[in-house]
Design a protein around this ligand. Structure first.
Ligand SMILES: [Zn+2]
Ligand SMILES: [Zn+2]
Length: 898
């Protein structure tokens, strides 16, 4: 059964599903739309169509149906005070980054605040009943509509009115009664204008009938009576019925203001301020005409450019009016909307990146910049952030705390985009045809080229309406849990001793034993979980190599050995291993909070791993860590260790813990249990965690960061050690440092001596050359290491093989000699590491006959190697150090022929 079918099923029994007391008391009539046949309820006898198909659709633009005018902030105050007057608790918004659900990146509706997934079941947890919440909700599926349609936002405030029908809460009758009175009494809309349309709403594994309420064609809210669970064709009644009324605060403001678009009244003074900065001449009559047409056409066409085209025609706008007024104003709307969403998301700890939910944030910031460039708008982004936070302060005072952090992140991200532009330009210049939607996706996915940039560069004129929804689908949360394959059914849950007295030696009864696995009635072996590796030890003398948790049952894996079911066995936990892992775990918490306070509020634990001798913490951060940051984080962590803070563990009801400590407790991810174990290191760090911890931070002794690395966009890995491992590491590190610096010193010294020698030689060389060339055969020998044989007009020979001469010397000397004497052959032999090298120069005259290359080849053979070169210069060598003299003798024979 699909949604349509279930709607028609519910609509055949309106008494059961839709009729509420209010309809009877106020004399509402049930009618069917003459166009779409849908059923709706109204007290207006003359109404013949549903709100989507009435003539009055969007007639509130320019003509609001209320006496009072409320902007965004004021509208919330009205809603809040109405519900408070009527027995509701007003709850602060939950984070827009949905840390308590692993199937969502962002909070998309108010009801999500109270949904907790347990296994395959969604349960509802309300901090109060009934309640109302101004929940900022993020939706990225139809980004292309934002700024254009007058009513689409990338984030909006969903007024959530929620109730569980019991002694405190209520069900359908009271819900609709309240919503009707909110619209008519509190906002002063004429009763005749309120229309309720029959509908069905499903989501999160549950569904129910719903009544959408409209005024002048604008849907203000949807009251869902959640009462079924399962899919639409196979469902059963929920144990707990839920009132899930969601209304758009933006729309409540808009209907009282009657501005051309919702953007004109939902950002306070900011819209007006930006329009003023650009000097656009806004003709309000023209805007009313145009945006009313946009609203009407939006329902008629599925393609946005068609909607726009038809609205331009119906409103009778010229091309010039479009270019000078509408296009820039759409850009301004888009920029304001996107900035507001970025503020909420970054404040709640999300970072723009190329993975997960960060994707949407990056693309939005790039849209802002491209739009400003395309329309030559020169807004200061920091000013816009300030204006928004100032304006939102009444409803969302918490944004104040992260004001500067938001600016920091956006500035870094904007810089990155600027820096990637030349690369993007190159890619764009290679495009030779208009890109398809798939091309656009590929261009963004692999090259980071946004469609807005292509629009800015005039490669495309419009962004296809399916682009953002396709991209959004690609980046849905894909986390899936592995299914347990083991048959542990029927076993009672294991008593976890490590959460109680935590004995390292204990007896337990074997409940099940199969292959190498054992299930006990109770255990002190910590099972792998929360990034903490399992305990090792022995059961009845057999080595325990792994411990894992399956539901509430702990499974021990033995290296070998068979244990009988029903036996009582004695167990020993390796307490040294456990102690080391425990220190690493508490250190993870300390490093996490240290990183946040050194780097910024956007730092969250991304994941963690704690083994006996090493551990790592991955945090969300925009750039690689600098040496200075690493030192500061480590120092702060060690100051916490030195202060010997108490680590306390308390269990709370999940809702209570969330309200008391906020969502920062979910550093290690979601907690799928009703009772939350809160681990507090005094006020320094408070997290929900199921791991083992030291009692006092002093036990950790020392935390040492061994390495950090940016492992993906927006995530930095910190590898570290703690306890004795850290002390050893530090000791070894000192030794290494000392050795390194000694080595460096030696090297520097060597370099210096060689430099001096070279200097000396340089000065000595000309004299040497003079002496050599002036020598006669027999009278030879300039010094004891240089041997020369000369005879005018005949081949001459000079060789050198002293240990104090290096490559530089031989080359310098050889070159100079053959310059002076074209009959000279020079042969230098020297040691270089474990090799003997030879350098040969042949003067211009002698070289015709005695080529340097040939001599080098022969000499190298003598040395047990190979060599060669040109007529003038050649080199070679070998490994046989005992043949140095032979090599020179050979060369001499080749030249002088003796
Ligand atoms: Zn209709
Ligand atoms: Zn933990």
């Amino acid at each position: 059964m699909d949604k349509k079918e279930i709607l028609s099923k519910f609509s055949t029994d309106p008494e059961r599903y839709y009729k509420v007391k209010l309809f009877e008391n106020e004399g509402f009539m049930r009618k069917s739309c003459t166009i779409c046949k849908r059923f709706y309820w109204t007290i207006d006898e003359n109404r013949i169509n549903c709100p989507d198909h009435s003539d009055d659709t969007y007639s509130f633009i320019g003509n609001p149906p209320t006496k009072k005018r409320f902007d965004y902030t004021q509208a919330w105050k009205e809603v809040e005070s109405f519900f408070q007057k009527n027995g509701h608790t007003s709850v602060s918004r939950y984070p827009v980054v949905c840390r308590w659900r692993d199937d969502l990146y962002f909070t998309i509706a108010s009801i999500v605040d109270f949904q907790r997934v347990m296994g395959s079941k969604v349960v509802f947890e309300f901090p109060a009943n009934p309640l109302v919440v101004p929940q900022t909700s993020l939706r990225f599926k139809d980004l292309e509509n934002v700024g254009v349609t007058g009513r689409h936002f990338s984030s909006f405030c969903m007024i959530g009115q929620h109730s569980i029908p019991n002694s405190q809460g209520y069900w359908k009758d009271e819900c609709i009664d309240l919503d009707y009175r909110l619209v008519t009494e509190q906002f002063g809309v004429d009763k005749k204008e309120v229309v309720f349309v029959e509908d069905v709403w499903e989501g999160g594994g549950s569904f129910g009938s719903s009544l959408e309420f409209f005024v002048k064609g604008l849907e203000l809210g949807n009251a869902v009576f959640t009462e079924f669970q399962g899919d639409l064709s196979n469902y059963r009644t929920l144990d707990q019925q839920i009132i899930d009324m969601g209304a758009g605060l933006e729309r409540f403001a808009w209907i009282t203001m009657g501005t051309p678009t919702a953007y004109d009244c939902c950002f306070g003074p900011i819209t007006g301020n930006l329009i003023e900065q650009t000097g656009i001449n806004t003709d309000s009559e023209l805007l009313v005409r145009y945006f009313t047409e946009i609203a009407k056409n939006f329902e008629r066409f599925s393609d946005l450019s068609e909607v726009r085209k038809n609205a331009i025609k119906s409103a009778g706008l010229s091309n010039e009016q479009m270019d000078k007024i509408i296009t820039p104003i759409e850009g301004i709307y888009l920029i304001i909307d996107h900035i507001r969403t970025l503020i909420f998301a970054i404040s709640d700890g999300a970072l723009p990146s190329n993975v997960g939910g960060g994707y949407n944030l990056r693309i939005m910031l790039r849209r802002i910049i491209s739009t400003m460039n395309r329309l030559s708008l020169k807004f200061d982004i920091n000013d816009m952030i300030d204006m928004q936070i100032d304006y939102l302060n009444d409803t969302y005072p918490e944004l104040e705390e992260t004001r500067e952090d938001v600016k920091t992140i956006i500035a870094i991200e904007a810089d990155r985009y600027e820096n990637s532009k030349s690369r993007m330009q190159k890619i764009v210049s290679k495009l030779n045809q208009k890109p398809t939607v798939d091309d656009l996706i590929r261009l963004y996915e692999s090259d980071g080229v946004t469609p807005d940039y292509l629009k800015e560069m005039k490669v495309i004129s419009d962004i296809p309406s399916t682009f953002y929804s396709k991209l959004s689908e690609l980046h849905q949360s894909k986390k899936q849990k592995e299914q347990d394959q083991l048959s542990l059914e029927g076993l009672p849950e294991t008593e976890l001793l490590y959460y109680a007295d935590d004995p390292k030696e204990f007896d337990a009864k074997v409940l099940k034993s199969f292959d190498q696995y054992v299930v006990l009635d109770r255990t002190s072996f910590y099972a792998r979980g929360g990034g903490q590796e399992p305990d090792h030890g022995t059961i009845e003398g057999f080595d325990v190599v792994d411990v894992s948790k399956h539901g509430n049952i702990v499974l021990h894996e033995l290296k070998e050995g068979a244990i009988k079911e029903g036996d009582t066995v004695s167990c020993v936990v390796d307490s040294k291993r456990r102690g080391d892992i425990t220190k690493n775990h508490t250190s993870t918490h300390i490093l996490n909070s240290s990183s946040r306070s050194i780097l910024g509020s956007w730092v969250w634990q991304h994941s963690a791993f704690k083994e006996e001798d090493h551990a790592r913490l991955d945090i969300t951060h925009h750039s690689a860590l600098t040496d200075d940051e690493i030192v500061k984080i480590e120092n702060l962590a060690n100051s916490v260790v030195k202060k010997n803070m108490s680590v306390t563990i308390e269990n709370f009801d999940r809702g209570t813990a969330e309200q008391k400590y906020g969502f920062k407790i979910y550093q290690g991810g979601i907690v799928p249990v009703k009772s939350v174990r809160i681990v507090s290191i005094e006020d320094f760090d408070i997290e929900a965690c199921g791991g083992t911890h030291v009692k006092k931070t002093g036990e950790i002794k020392l935390v040492k960061i061994t390495r950090t690395k940016r492992i993906q966009d927006g995530v930095v890995r910190i590898e570290f050690v703690s306890g004795d491992t850290a002390l050893d590491y530090a000791k070894q590190h000192d030794v290494d440092l000392a050795r390194e610096s000694a080595e460096l010193k030696d090297k520097a010294k060597l370099k210096e001596t060689r430099h001096e020698q070279k200097q000396e030689l340089k000065e000595k060389l000309p004299i040497l050359v003079e002496n050599i060339t002036a020598c006669k055969i027999g009278t030879n020998n300039v010094d004891e290491t240089i041997v020369i044989m000369t005879e005018p007009g005949k081949p001459n020979f000079c060789s050198a093989m002293s240990e104090q001469y290096d490559e530089f010397f031989h080359i310098s000397l050889g070159e100079k000699l053959i310059e002076k004497d074209p009959w000279m052959v020079y042969c230098g032999v020297f040691e270089d590491g474990d090799r003997i090298r030879a350098i040969i120069y042949s003067g211009e005259q002698v070289g015709k006959d005695k080529k340097a290359g040939d001599i080098a080849k022969t000499v190298s053979e003598v040395l047990g190697g190979a060599g060669g070169g040109t007529q003038r210069f050649a080199q070679g060598g070998g490994k046989d150090k005992s043949k140095k003299n032979d090599a020179i003798e050979k060369a001499k024979t080749m030249v002088l022929g003796v």
